[in-house]
Structures are given as C-alpha cells and as structure tokens.
Unconditional design. Structure first.
Ligand code: 0PR
Length: 380
C-alpha cells in the first residue's frame, strides 16, 4: 500500500488538475451538462458493471432492457431493439453499419455502398465513411438549413444503402424534412437513419412535436443520447432500431463468453450510463422532462432577446435550445471569451457564434454571460 503522504499527494494533484477544467457554469456551447442529481447515486452503484459480459451482470442487462423500453415509448416503438452506447458517434456508426450489412445483397455492387447525408451532419459521419468503407454523399441545405430533399433524391443510386436525416443539427438545432425523407426511403427501398443524438430527448417534450421517430415508417434506426439532454453521466449514448432484425445484422460470435453473440461495437462497456439514464428518465417521467426542456427553451429565447438588443441576429429562429448568431468577428469573440474563461463555439457557414442552452445555462448564467460579453464587445 502507498504511504499516507503519497495518497494525500495524489488527491491534491487530482483536485488541482480538476480545478483547471472550466466549470459548466461558464460553458455555453456544450451538448453535455452537469449530471442530474438523480444520476449520481445510480452511477456510483453501477461503477464496476460491465455490459460486455451480460451473463455476469444480469441485473444490469435487465435494467438496460427497461431503459430501452422507456426510450422505445418516447420514440413510438414497442418493438424497439438496441443498446446503450458510448455516445452518438458509436450509435451513428452502428446505425449505418446495420443498414450496410442488411442492404449488402440488395445493391448493385456490394463493394461500393454509399449513404446520402445532409451537409449539416455531425463530423462522426466522416469517421463512418472511413471505418465502414461507405461513400458518404452530402446533400446541400435549403435557406432554412434543412436538407434539400430533391438533392438527396438525385444523389441516391443503385448502390445507396441508406439516407440520413437529422433531428436537431449540431450547429443550429434544425430538424430536417424527415416526413419527406421517410417517404423517399420507402419509395427507393433503402434504410433510413435519424441522428437525434441531441434532439431525441428534446423534441418529444416540446409543444406540438415534429414527427422524427419510428412513427415515420421509413425510419430504421435512431441515435438518441442520454448523456446530452438526458442528463445522464458520460458515457451514455443510444442506438435504437425498428426491430431485432438490425441487431442480427451486427452480431459476431463470442465463443468463450457467457453469451453466444455480441452486437455492440465496443466489447467491455459500462453499465453506469444505463443506470444513470434510467434513474433520470424514470424518476422525472414525461412531465419532469417537459419542465426541463421548456426551461431550456425559455432561456434560449431570453438569450436571443439579450443578443438582439446588442445587435446580433440568429441564423435561424431557434427550433430548440441551440442557437447561432451571425457575426464576422466570430473567432475573435470566441478567443476573447476564452481568455476570460467563458466558452462558446463558432460555426463557419455562415460565420456565427454558437450556443447550446443546456439545463446548467440558467437565467443567472445568461445574465453573467451578457455582462462579460458587453466587455468583450468593447475589447474587439
Ligand atoms: N450527432 C449529433 C447531431 C451531435 O451533435 C453529436 C455530438 C454526435 C452525433 C456525436 O455524439 P458523441 O459526441 O456523443 O459521440 N455533438 C456535440 C458536438 O460535436 C458533442 C459535444 C458535446 C461537443 C460536448 C462538445 C462538448 O463540450 O458539438
């Protein structure tokens, strides 16, 4: 055992490294947030669990099933199949991988599969092209930054395995015309993946929610991440499929494990994200989530008002709690704020500064930010 001095030294060093991290109360550009208090105990209780060997962690596996049922209900699908992943990147990989595998013998040249995605897609699709050997075709956007359906159609050919729509784009929080995309997927006989990594736990709790999920018959898979608006501990992503058939397309044999096959991308994987997401979603229920989402949307509107008063216009009227404001000085603003230890991000097209109004971005945080932002405007 190490000496007491060494143990205290380690504790002090860990605390001091941790202090260098910028606290969430000064971060206005993250899709993650302080975990909900309900998530913490659950996380601790499941800290040694490994869903990579569900024959051992039978209770954790059962809990994952219950969480999937909750997510399935939110996404209008009682037959949902899937699992809790390391995040949206893994979920997107697996969604596309299942589509590619299922379509392999249906396309003209099985060696040259392609997918059609919106130009606004998250950079995880760049990795997908590289890892899965699928050609990634990017369709342009309309004036509201939604994918242009006619262009998606023109990019589809006899080697297309799937098209992708986004419910809550990373940069603007926009929702693609998923109703039309779903019809197109059915018409062309291809799979459709919806990236609702962020919007999946926002849209269902908004007034008059836009249909983005398994209600749309063309939708085969959905990414929905509890470690974003689900306030679960990291890592907690979600890949959900219309039915079990998609899991079969991902399976490999696991000869020496307690279970026969595995359909996840990672082997060893934590049960903490399952437990913390379950704790939050089950305790809060639909009404509790609705309250949190409406508060975030109210605060987004507050930020828009404050920014308009300072002469900044949003790129689009915010659809959810993501908003970007046009400015040629985006980079300088971001850097100046960073030197004051405030974090926002920028987007390039159009040049703008971007905000994500997560539950930790309260009215008070926005007030503090605007005070600091006024100083920045004098500086630059
Ligand atoms: N799909 C969409 C629509 C996303 O916005 C993201 C992440 C992903 C997929 C990938 O999810 P994972 O990061 O869980 O694999 N969007 C955020 C972004 O790139 C991720 C993020 C979160 C970045 C917190 C920074 C941060 O502080 O902006």
């Amino acid at each position: 055992m190490p000496s007491n001095e060494r143990v205290s030294e380690v504790e002090e060093r860990l605390a001091s490294f941790r202090k260098e991290d910028i606290p969430y109360s000064r971060v206005l550009s993250s899709m993650c947030t302080t975990p909900h208090p309900l998530a913490l105990k659950a996380h601790e209780l499941f800290i040694e669990t490994n869903l990579g060997d569900p024959g051992i962690f039978q209770g954790t596996r059962e809990l994952e099933g219950l969480l999937l049922e909750i997510l399935g209900k939110i996404l209008h699908n009682p037959n949902v199949a899937g699992y809790i992943s390391s995040g949206g990147t893994e979920a997107n990989i697996q969604g596309v991988r299942a589509a590619r595998n299922l379509m392999r013998n249906k396309i003209k040249n099985p060696k040259e599969p392609n997918i059609v995605i919106p130009k606004s897609a998250h950079f995880s699709f760049e990795k997908i092209g590289d890892i899965l050997g699928v050609e990634v075709r990017r369709a342009s956007l309309d004036d509201d930054y939604r994918v242009n359906v006619a262009e998606v159609e023109s990019l589809i050919d006899s080697n297309t395995v799937a098209l992708v729509g986004i419910a809550g784009t990373t940069e603007l929080g926009q929702i693609d015309p998923l109703v039309e995309l779903s019809e197109l997927a059915i018409e062309k006989g291809i799979e459709m993946h919806v990236d609702a990594a962020f919007g999946g736990l926002v849209i269902p709790f908004m007034d008059d929610p836009y249909p983005f999920d398994f209600q749309l018959e063309g939708v085969s898979s959905i990414t929905i991440d509890p470690h974003k608006m689900g306030m679960a501990t990291i890592p907690s992503g979600g890949i959900l499929f219309r039915n079990e058939r998609y899991l079969r397309a991902l399976e490999v044999e696991t000869p020496y494990l307690t279970t026969r096959t595995q359909y996840t991308l990672t082997g060893t994987r934590p049960g903490t994200g399952v437990a913390s997401a379950f704790a939050v979603l089950y305790s809060l229920g639909f009404e509790g989530m609705k309250e949190i989402v409406s508060e975030c949307i109210k605060n987004t509107k507050l930020l828009v008002e404050e920014m308009r008063a300072l002469g900044f216009e949003p790129v689009i009227d915010p659809v959810m709690n993501v908003v970007s404001f046009k400015t040629e000085k985006a980079e300088r603003i971001k850097e100046n704020l960073m030197s004051r230890r405030w974090v926002i991000s920028t987007i390039r097209n159009p040049r703008a500064i971007r905000f994500v109004i997560m539950p930790h971005v309260t009215e008070e945080v926005i007030g503090d930010f605007i005070k600091e932002f006024k100083k920045v405007l004098k500086d630059i």
